[in-house]
Write a protein that binds this ligand. Structure first.
Ligand code: NAD
Length: 374
């Protein structure tokens, strides 16, 4: 088996799917690695680093021509793909059905790691969503602290005592919990909210206060994810949150619902209630909008009332060396799962494989996509 690594072509993407240490880890007599020249540059890995680790370096065409398995981070559809070639990455297939249909038509096998069953302990070493969300949550707290014009901690100096910043985290999945931990370590007083009531215990165990809302009883859905709220619930939640948000110096939002537009948690009314100098970091920002009404994409701006709003949907890319290192370890576990005695076996009846394989030999596999692809 030849495993290929291509350079990411998404704007602003610095990560790489396989790092030199993972090249060494997966290379055997039967498994070789070919890396597109420059693929690691954004993560501070040179072609020489990959060569030393045992990889061959080539052009994009050479990677496509030689590799039977191609690893990437963002969805990729390089020219010249052959029937039966395997692509592994985060394809977000629920809202990229056109791309998936094209790959299905040429009988490529698409392995999308965002479909991984999260609660299965055997799958945890492959969990790229968690590894990347951990980094993103950490960075979100730092980005917020950097943009905030006052201290996060309470500090007593000869010039007086500063009040600690009050931080509200909306959505306490992996990223939210990581942001809570980081904001707490910086000395802020942290409150957090999630629509899944079971999140309360986790929030409190990190030393943050859980914000209780009365508008939505439980927003728990399948597989530990949040469900989509009804229109009425959403409006009630937004109104109740708006009142709370105005009391905080910093708000970090992390709420996503798989395959759908992120819910609006911070309305224009909520932002209008915030104080000048307040900061909002929207980690859900991206092609589908964000959690903040005014956020349509990545990038930051200041509102008329002096609130800094930062659309920061791809924070892992800002910590690319760490993010790529973690991602590559996950990929290494996925390859170990799929490659038996040096050969790839796509056993779609196996529990994990059956979930993460979107399409194989021209037929849809993952039940998550069955309706969209047939
Ligand atoms: P995510 O990125 O899909 O969403 C982030 C958070 O936003 C979630 O906690 C979600 O409940 C919340 N959210 C969504 N809509 C909301 C709304 N309208 N208002 C408020 N909050 C809202 O989440 P994730 O980090 O990928 O985690 C998803 C689930 O998977 C969680 O239950 C997490 O504990 C679980 N998980 C389990 C394991 C494991 O058991 N090993 C590993 C990773 C994640």
């Amino acid at each position: 088996t030849t495993v290929g690594v291509i350079r990411e072509r998404y704007p602003g993407e610095n990560r790489v799917a396989i790092t030199p240490d993972v090249v060494t880890r997966i290379s055997t007599d039967d498994v070789t690695v070919i890396v597109e020249s420059g693929a690691g540059t954004g993560s501070r890995f040179s072609d020489e680093d990959y060569r030393t680790a045992g990889a061959r370096i080539g052009s994009l065409k050479e990677v496509i021509d030689n590799a039977s398995v191609i690893c990437c981070v963002n969805p990729a559809e390089p020219d010249g793909l052959r029937t039966g070639q395997i692509l592994i990455g985060v394809f977000e297939p629920l809202h990229r059905t056109d791309l998936i249909k094209r790959l299905q038509a040429i009988e490529a096998t698409v392995v999308s790691l965002d479909l991984l069953p999260r609660k299965l302990s055997r799958a945890q070493s492959m969990d790229v969503l968690s590894s990347q969300a951990n980094i993103a949550g950490y960075k979100a707290a730092l980005v917020a602290a950097d943009a905030y014009g006052r201290y996060f901690p309470m500090l007593t100096t000869a010039a007086g005592t500063s009040q600690p910043a009050t931080v509200l985290i909306l959505g306490t999945g992996v990223a939210g919990l990581s942001a809570i931990g980081t904001a707490r370590r910086l000395g802020a007083v942290v409150t957090a909210y999630d629509v899944r009531p079971e999140a309360k215990g986790e929030v409190e165990s990190l030393g943050a206060r859980f914000l209780e809302l009365t508008s939505v009883a439980s927003g728990s859905g399948e597989g530990g994810y949040a469900r989509q709220l009804t229109e009425t619930e959403r409006e009630a939640q937004q109104a109740e949150l708006a009142e709370a948000i105005g009391r905080f110096d910093v708000v970090i939002t992390t709420a996503k619902v798989p395959g759908r537009k992120p819910p609006i948690l911070v309305t224009e009314d909520a932002v209008a209630r915030m104080r000048p100098g307040a900061v909002v970091v929207d980690m859900a920002a991206g092609e589908l909008g964000g959690n903040v009404a005014q956020v349509k994409s990545e990038g930051s701006f200041e509102t008329d009332n002096g609130v800094t709003i930062i659309g920061a949907g791809n924070l892992p890319s800002q910590m690319a060396p760490a993010a790529s290192t973690a991602y590559a370890r996950n990929i290494s576990a996925v390859l170990k799962h799929l490659i038996v005695d040096g050969t790839v076996h796509v056993d779609t009846d196996e529990e994990i494989t059956g979930q993460i394989v979107v399409t194989h030999q021209g037929r849809p596999v993952s039940p998550a996509l069955a309706d969209a692809l047939t």
